[in-house]
Write a protein that binds this ligand. Structure first.
Ligand code: PLP
Length: 403
């Protein structure tokens, strides 16, 4: 038996939706993208949505919209995917890392010490689909000592009047925190619809706006759309109408719009996301939990607390007391049984791209410890009970041989 890590679900409904778009006469950004934006606004309860070609593009547009530039600092967890830090560097700003807690999410109690007069944004990451402690984060930003440190130097920063919370919500569509949905927990949130994520459109993403009342989120939505399409004052659909040829370029914008082919996939998946995809993913988590509970070495991921509900994106198991070398050997043995597992994530201080910042792994001890023990198990829509059993057999055998 072979178990892949997370192939996307694919069925006739999705194929038909793509074909329908291909033959509709409109394949780039158009009516289906607009419809997906409306559906995402409804689904999350956010104020407005812009669909893009990735979550990364959404994060970068948000930083650029806020006017983040050289000399500015952006706080993010040491434990995340590279995209979170890369977009900060694209803007010329400096990523400032904060250690995580036992749950892999940024440790809010450690953020204050990282805030300086240069801090413009905090980018929490809802790892594996489990929301960050957003209320604690808001309380921190409301503290007079923190407010005093904020030095705005762009129109949007002045209007906001405090550090912005920009959620890397790449994992967390469908999660909630104290009854509020991911997408409405930060000022701006960016979802990913990449092929391995919960709601795949091949490539894709969306930013959801939940800015405070001094902002007109529909106007901000328009600004993001213009930014995502060269700075063009009209999109392709508007331009294609008879007499609609003249437009302006209002700024040197970017090119990261979503196509209607991708949006067609998103519409199919979003409609059945809660009733089908999340139900299936929960059942996979529950089956793994039931099979692992009796093993003392298994540190099982928490997917629900009193305040938080995960959307079951990644099954982040830890092997108690494993060293990095033991974990790696366990993975080799599991792989020999044709089971694909992963490590989420290699903390940023370990990566070559960030060496100019001189991050030291020992300054982020929880991230370092979590990483050494972490193995992510396969979770996907079509996984069978037999495959789940095979994964656990391979894992148990490997751990017993190595530890
Ligand atoms: C996947 C991922 C991203 C990037 O998403 P894209 O849609 O591929 O740009 C960003 N952050 C985290 C934590 C991710 O896992």
């Amino acid at each position: 038996m072979r178990v892949p890590f997370s192939p996307p679900r694919m069925d006739k409904k999705m194929a038909d939706a793509v074909l329908d778009t291909l033959y509709s006469g409109w394949i780039t950004t158009g009516p289906k993208t607009k419809k997906l934006e409306e559906e995402l606004t409804k689904y999350t309860g956010g104020k407005a949505t812009v669909c893009l070609n990735s979550a990364t593009a959404g994060l970068e547009l948000a930083l650029r919209w806020l006017g983040v530039k050289e000399g500015d600092e952006v706080i993010l967890p040491a434990y995340t995917y590279c995209a979170t830090a890369n977009v900060v560097m694209h803007c010329g700003a400096t990523p400032v890392l904060v250690d995580v807690g036992d749950d892999f999410n940024i440790d809010v109690s450690k953020i204050e010490a990282a805030i300086t007069r240069k801090t413009k944004v905090i980018m929490p990451v809802d790892i594996a689909g489990m929301p960050v402690d957003y209320d604690e984060l808001r309380e921190l930003l409301a503290k007079p000592a923190v407010r005093e440190l904020f030095h705005p130097n762009s129109e949007q920063q002045i209007k906001l009047g405090r550090i912005m919370v920009l959620a890397d919500a790449a994992h967390s569509i469908g999660a909630n925190y104290k009854g509020r949905n991911s997408g409405t927990l930060a000022d701006i949130s960016s979802f990913s619809f990449h092929a391995v994520k919960n709601l795949p459109t091949a490539e894709g993403g969306a930013v959801i706006f939940n800015l405070p009342e001094q902002f007109d989120c529909l106007a901000v939505q328009k600004q993001f759309k213009v930014k995502s399409l060269h700075g063009q004052s009209k999109d392709a659909l508007e331009k294609s109408k008879a007499g609609g040829w003249r437009y302006d370029i209002t700024e040197p914008g970017y090119k990261c719009n979503m196509t209607d082919i991708n949006a067609a996939l998103g519409l199919v998946e979003l409609e059945r996301y809660d009733s089908d995809m999340l139900v299936k993913r929960k059942s996979v988590f529950d089956k793994y939990n039931a099979l692992l509970e009796k093993h003392e070495w298994a540190n099982i991921p928490v997917y629900k607390t009193e305040e938080k509900q995960s959307c079951f994106h990644i099954y982040m198991l830890r092997i108690n007391n494993a060293t990095e070398d033991q974990r790696d050997r366990i993975i080799d043995k599991i792989s020999a049984e044709k089971v694909a597992v992963n490590v989420h994530f290699q903390p940023l201080p370990l990566m070559t791209a960030y060496k100019e910042f001189d991050f030291k792994m020992e300054d982020y001890p929880v991230a370092w410890n979590n990483y050494q023990q972490e193995i992510s198990l396969p979770v996907f829509y079509d996984i069978t009970d037999e495959q789940i059993g095979w994964v656990i057999d391979a894992l148990v055998k490997a751990v017993e041989e190595v530890m």
